[in-house]
Ligand binder design. Structure first.
Ligand code: ASP
Ligand code: MG
Length: 404
């Protein structure tokens, strides 16, 4: 018998009406004679509200208590959905993370799943029951509630698909699948039929919000086939699969962006071994992620400039760290800019097509969009630009690479 993991995101269970709709979708799948494990997110907006409440208590709200708080949203949605299924005449029951248990490490607020006990749920679904499991949460070996990072019910779904050896993992969301770009800034965005794990990981990490990056990574490691599809239509969505099963007709598969980037430039740092390490060591040890880095070659052999990017919300903290380490880092001048965006083109087809870089830069130049920094990998090129030019950049690149 086919075993399915069906995951419903926050917008899919965002109201009582929508929960009833989801219950009907599940009933339909069940009537095809399948074993079904359902994962749910909290109703949309709930986790954000809970987070805000914690901030009203304290900006440094205890991280273990935060997980108890944030995980409560999924308790509400999974019980409501299980109740809706029972009301439709199905045998159903809810499980919270700790009841299964879904065991994680003690990395509170963004834990990794270590193991999932399967006996009880397996028995239930093989006896015609529909299991409804709260996403986003687990329990640590310290016997405390954990959560898997924002958007973490995707990771719950992938992990459950793995441990229960599901035939398919269906991620139900409010769009038709993975789109070539964000439809809210470009109405020419199209659904992608198939995308590789690697491309999807880049898309998700570079700003596409359909799936949590760590969930994509987990699916890639264990080769879990993912189907991202709409809760509100029956159309097939996007299959996330191994690269070998895709033939690349297009060089670029999709365009992603993230706003809220900041850039810091250190002008006139001494050009000698160990300087870059001195700059980034204190920043890294304060848990701030550096994204792009550029160091220009020094003309006089004495000083160079180092520019790097971070998230906007970490700008102040980073500037403070640099100031504190001023003696050691030793620069002439520091400048910063907090309103930047990173726009990226992603596609495994790039590996075999020369000229992509120049085409990207030329298209942006034609729109008078200035590039402030660049970073590349085999399957992506990212540029840093002024935040208010994001939409224009996305539109022009979407057209230039034949995605319209
Ligand atoms: N409710 C959690 C969040 O908003 C988990 C999820 O939706 O995947 O981040
Ligand atoms: Mg989500």
């Amino acid at each position: 018998m086919k075993r399915l993991v069906l995951k419903f995101g926050g917008t899919s269970v965002g109201s009582i009406e929508k929960i009833k709709n989801v219950a009907n979708i599940i009933k339909e799948e069940f009537s095809k004679g399948r074993e079904i494990i359902v994962i749910v997110s909290a109703m949309s907006g709930v986790t954000n509200d809970l987070k805000k409440k914690s901030n009203l208590i304290s900006e440094n709200f205890d991280d273990k208590e935060l997980d108890v708080l944030l995980s409560s949203g999924e308790q509400v949605s999974c019980s409501l959905l299980a109740g809706a299924l029972i009301d439709l005449g199905l045998k159903a029951r809810s499980w919270l993370g700790w009841q299964i248990p879904i065991v994680t490490n003690i990395n509170y607020n963004s834990s990794q799943i270590l193991k999932i006990k399967t006996e009880e749920v397996s028995k239930f679904i093989s006896n015609q029951g529909v299991a409804v499991i709260a996403g986003f949460q687990g329990i640590s070996f310290e016997n405390r509630i954990t959560t898997l990072g924002r958007g973490g019910s995707d990771l719950s779904a992938v992990a459950l698909a793995k441990f229960f050896k599901a035939d398919s993992c269906e991620i139900f969301t409010d769009v038709d699948g993975v789109l070539t770009t964000d439809p809210s800034i470009n109405n020419k965005a199209k659904k992608i039929d198939k995308i590789s794990y690697e491309e999807m990981l880049e898309m998700a990490s570079l700003g596409a919000k359909v799936m949590q990056p760590s969930a994509v990574q987990a699916s890639m490691i264990d080769d879990i086939l993912i189907h991202v599809r709409s809760t509100f239509s029956k159309k097939p969505g996007t299959k996330i699969i191994s690269e070998n099963d895709i033939d690349y007709k297009k060089t670029v598969t999709g365009i992603a962006y993230s706003k809220n980037n900041a850039k810091i430039s250190l002008v006139g740092v001494v050009d000698k071994p160990g300087v870059a390490a001195d700059v980034f060591e204190p920043i890294g040890s304060n848990n701030i992620n550096i994204d792009m880095v550029i160091q220009n070659t020094s003309l006089d052999g004495k000083t160079a400039n180092i520019t790097f990017t971070i998230k906007q919300e970490e700008l102040k903290k980073t500037l403070n760290i640099i100031e504190k380490n001023k003696k050691k880092i030793n620069y002439q001048k520091i400048t910063h800019d907090g309103r930047l965006a990173k726009v990226s083109i992603i596609g495994a087809g790039m590996i075999t097509s020369p000229g992509v870089t120049h085409m990207m830069f030329r298209s942006l130049a034609n729109e008078k969009i200035n590039i402030l920094a660049i970073s590349t990998s085999e399957i992506k090129i990212s540029v840093l630009i002024e935040e208010n030019l994001t939409q224009r950049a996305v539109k022009v690149l979407h057209e230039a690479f034949g995605l319209n």
